[in-house]
Design a protein around this ligand. Sequence first.
Ligand SMILES: [Zn+2]
Length: 160
Amino acid sequence: MSEINYRTGCGYDVHKFSYNRKLILGGVDIPHTAGLDGHSDADVLLHAICDALLGAAGFDDIGHQFPNTDIKYKDISSLILLKKVFALISGAGWAVGNVDSMILLEEPKIYKHIPEMKKNISSILMCDNISIKATTSEGLGFVGRKEGCAANAVVLIYRQ
Ligand SMILES: [Zn+2]
């Protein structure tokens, strides 16, 4: 593989809504009647960002790094997973240029929580260029039916 100094990566994740679960997005506990179901804390945004970073640096995806059959990742905070991913990519000589991301969910409104999500991600990735956007699905599909929440992320990494 030729050596280039900049690489991009994309990530996508989905989790379904479930009662008796907390809604954690970007490491922020958001008050809501339902949370997201998953082996970890099901932080769909952080999972999409992890996968984008892993892909950019050429590592296996999040499911291979942190198998959902492994008891040590049960209910783990995805902030810890993001830290592990950052350790992996920075250990391979990469720094994060920027992150752009999108959360797709019908409710609740999460706009006011975005600054705290950015702070969480920014401090782990040692990068101030974190963008988090949110949109509904206009009532269409699984997001529109409030069955689940999806997230997309794109990252740029550069060789230090
Ligand atoms: Zn996930």
